[in-house]
Design a protein around this ligand. Structure first.
Ligand code: HEM
Length: 456
């Protein structure tokens, strides 16, 4: 590989690469990355650099981060996310990040954990009945309820399905525009843009409702919304409604969609690997004795943590990230101009055979070795890295570590053939047709047989 010209040119101005990328982005990026670490890809009228070397990725996200802003594709999410934490830049972003950061401190997380457990236990009651369930739908309802309650102190329960469907519409439409040969403006009255605008106005209504309710009651809840509403700028002014809407929308969407998918994919992998499921049950039996965990006990569940890391490796909910250079930059001696669009893919790197032994195998034990993931550079970055590292990382990891045992303890999971489980790489990696699994209720365990033996 090292003797290839760097970067290697891929594609051209015509439709061939355009269709290949559009048809199956995961396969396209994987294919290119296995041939070269630095690919200068031309897709129709656009060019970008696919960077697939761990040290180059670390250079972009960490050591040379000042030379980059978020990628061009993210502009297309602006109608939805506005100028919130995920999309904003520079000093404004820094200020907003500082404002929101305390909401994710350790002591706050401990108080969120109570709501995470309560919401999880309610779903576990439903799981006790067994049957075939769309686990992705379940985890979405769960994560949405948790994000609503912990971050904004609202109960979103009855709205969950609508929010999930609307979010799907928004992501599909946004994705189509990102990948279009020539993106059409959102105001053009096509059926797709009409669906998009309807979904967006419904979601906006939910968000403005959250803000108005808080204003109306005047009560403080000590949550992130309080912090945002109380914040003042140098002139003593408060954040405008529009800015509040952008921050709340960003946290609300980023805070549930990724975690929900991460959990759903992890349950999917567990269902396919009874030996892993058995070991999880052993760990839960020894540490939890049928009870729900708390933030203290999750530290004593190393195998559970390993399963979560491995799930995020194989099915990273954020499957790619993009940056745009605002200054010239250098990667391993090669200089690139300002304006270069850069793409890095977690899906590609997490399954790269050069860095991960048996990359396609679901093998949580690899994480029990303290030197994993291998370096140098970024071979594993489900939450990004550098100053723009996911603010919700500790929140998401805690939520997953609490919910996996709470739900996993009540039922034995096995695969279900219909509908097929197909990853759909939108802005997040979602199961395209849902994720149905078979749940067999488990008796409370006072019996020495393995879980598999005890099944009827
Ligand atoms: C498994 C769950 C999650 C995954 C895989 C994930 C992934 C990511 C990634 C990769 C980024 C960096 C994007 C970039 O640099 O371009 C990011 C940023 C962000 N995430 Fe997460 N995230 C998760 C959960 C959460 C949660 C629970 C929240 C909030 C409660 C959240 C809020 C955010 C925000 C606000 C940003 C932007 C931070 C900034 O730029 O300052 N995420 N996330």
């Amino acid at each position: 590989m090292e003797d290839r010209p760097v970067p290697t040119s891929v594609g051209g101005p015509g439709f061939r690469t355009f269709w290949a990328l559009r048809r199956d982005p995961l396969a396209f990026f994987t294919d290119v990355a296995r041939k070269t670490d630095l690919a200068d890809i031309q897709v129709g009228p656009r060019r970008f650099l696919l960077v697939s070397h761990p040290e180059d990725i670390a250079a972009i996200l960490i050591t040379q981060h000042k030379k980059f802003i978020k990628g061009r594709g993210l502009q297309f999410t602006r109608p939805v996310l506005g100028n919130g934490l995920l999309t904003s830049e520079g000093e404004f972003w820094q200020r907003q990040r500082r404002l929101a950061q305390p909401a994710f401190h350790r002591d706050r997380l401990a108080s969120y954990a109570r709501d995470m457990v309560r919401v999880g236990e309610a779903l576990a009651e439903e799981w006790r009945a067994g049957g075939v369930r769309d686990v992705a739908r379940d985890t979405t309802r769960l994560a949405l309820a948790i994000a609503g309650k912990t971050l904004f102190n609202v109960e979103v329960g009855p709205l969950a399905d609508q929010v999930h469907a609307d979010l799907g519409t928004l992501m599909r439409y946004t994705n189509r525009r990102i990948r279009a040969f020539v993106p059409l403006p959102t105001w053009l009255p096509t059926p797709a843009s009409r669906r998009f605008r309807h979904a967006l106005s419904r979601l906006d209504a939910v968000i403005y409702d959250i803000i108005r309710q808080r204003e109306a009651t005047g009560k403080t809840a000590g949550d992130v919304l309080d912090r945002l509403m109380a914040a003042t700028d140098e002139a003593g002014g408060h954040m405008s409604h529009a800015q509040l809407r952008d921050e709340v929308m960003t946290l609300f969407l980023a805070g549930h969609e990724t975690t929900a998918n991460g959990l759903a994919w992890t349950f999917y992998l567990i269902a396919q690997h009874p030996e892993v499921q058995e070991r999880l049950h052993q760990e839960w039996e020894e540490v939890l004795h049928g009870r729900s965990p708390d933030p203290g006990t999750v530290e004593r569940l190393p195998y559970t943590q390993a399963v979560i890391q491995e799930g995020l490796r194989l099915y990273p909910p954020a499957w790619m990230m993009a940056r745009q250079a605002v200054a010239p930059f250098t990667l391993r001696g090669y200089e690139f101009p300002a304006g270069t669009q850069v793409v890095m893919s977690q899906w590609v790197m997490h399954r790269h055979p050069r860095y991960h032994p048996e990359p396609e195998r679901f093998w949580p034990d690899r994480w029990l070795d303290r030197s994993y993931p291998p370096g140098p550079g970024l071979t594993y970055f489900p939450f990004g890295a550098g100053p723009r590292l996911c603010i919700g990382r500790p929140f998401a990891l805690l939520e997953m570590a609490l919910l996996l045992p709470i739900l996993g303890q009540v039922a034995w999971l096995s695969p279900w053939p219909k509908p097929p489980v197909v990853p759909e790489p939108l802005i997040t990696l979602r199961p395209k047709y849902g994720l149905s699994l078979r749940l067999e209720p488990l008796p409370a365990r006072a019996d020495p047989r393995t879980v598999a033996e005890a099944l009827p």
